[in-house]
Design a protein around this ligand. Structure first.
Ligand code: PLP
Length: 305
């Protein structure tokens, strides 16, 4: 792998809530693995970039929304590894680039905007054939880095936890990260995925079907927590903001609002409700995503809709 990734600190949280309920809580700071290609997005790109090199490709093309952590990460990784990058962006182009897209462009990414309607067809043969006509040869990474090689990278996340634990928590968009994590667990370890999108049961089905496609043993060592999406993807409210602010002041750990803030809010709520038995060790994976806060701070808080 051409990208150097730092060793991942595990930060212990010892506060009034964890003490009162007798649980041990740690945060695996995957957000610190690289200054620009942060968190699980680097993990998911790792084997994809190796494969692109192996196939002799010069260009990586991928997909994402206008605030996408994956777009930012792919742009930076491409720059670092000497690839041209193309980002197929959902929605129309604005005169002023938001911080995510400005960063991607600075890294040399070509931004290709498609309508929301067209974006829905992005995995179809016709749509991809059209992209090949425009951009010729490229290595395709799906939205969010969610493919088999992405998941393979995520099977390595728990290697950074050097002690026994009972529960590992991660936030979930596509479920690729969780699909990797559950494959790496030992018998007595369980995973909880905190869903950040609205919708019942879709994520469980998604993870089950990934495990099936990968010929991984079907397992019941994980479950999805659907109660902490705060109304849906990238939806935020005052309570979430105040929690993220409090958590940062208390523990010096910044959280993004789209993913990790919701997961950590959920973990605290569950601890307070006694849903983790006293004596249990919980590890929360901080998958990064802090670049997204720049966009939220600038565009949503200033102009609440
Ligand atoms: C993309 C992302 C996730 C979700 O990962 P999936 O593998 O798509 O489930 C979680 N947290 C952060 C910070 C992310 O950027």
């Amino acid at each position: 792998m051409k990208i150097h990734s730092a060793s991942i600190p595990l930060q212990g949280i010892n506060d009034a809530t964890t003490k009162k309920h007798g649980v041990r809580l740690f945060v695996l700071r995957l957000d610190l693995n690289h200054p620009l290609i942060s968190g699980n997005k680097l993990v998911k790109l790792k084997y994809n970039i190796e494969e692109a090199i192996h196939q002799g490709k010069q260009t990586i093309l991928t997909f994402g929304g206008a605030f996408s952590n994956h777009i930012a990460a792919t742009a930076a990784a491409g720059k670092e590894c000497g690839f041209k990058t193309i980002g197929v962006i959902r929605g129309e182009e604005y005169a002023e680039l938001n911080p995510t897209l400005a960063f991607a462009k600075e890294c040399g990414m070509t931004l290709h905007y498609v309508s929301r309607e067209a974006y829905k067809t992005k995995t179809s043969h016709e749509f991809i054939a059209g992209l090949h006509q425009l951009f010729h040869d490229f290595y395709l990474v799906p939205e969010g880095g969610a493919n088999e090689l992405g998941i393979k990278g995520c099977t390595e996340i728990t290697k950074s936890i050097h002690f026994d634990f009972d529960v590992v928590c991660c936030s979930c968009g596509t479920g690729a990260t969780l699909s990797g994590i559950v494959q790496s667990l030992k018998n007595n370890e369980k995973a909880i995925g905190f869903q950040v999108l609205k919708g019942e049961n879709y994520l469980k089905t998604e993870v089950d079907s990934w495990l099936k496609r990968l010929n991984a043993p079907i397992t019941d060592n994980f479950r999805i927590e659907e109660s902490y999406h705060f109304g849906g993807y990238a939806k935020v409210n005052k309570e979430l903001f105040e929690f993220v602010e409090w958590f940062k002041n208390e523990n010096c750990i910044p959280l993004d609002y789209v993913y990790e803030g919701k997961m950590m809010y959920g973990i605290y709520d569950m601890i307070k409700k006694g849903q983790f038995e006293s004596g249990k060790t919980i590890v929360a994976i901080h998958c990064g995503g802090l670049q997204g806060n720049l966009g939220i701070d600038k565009y949503r808080i200033g102009n609440p809709k």
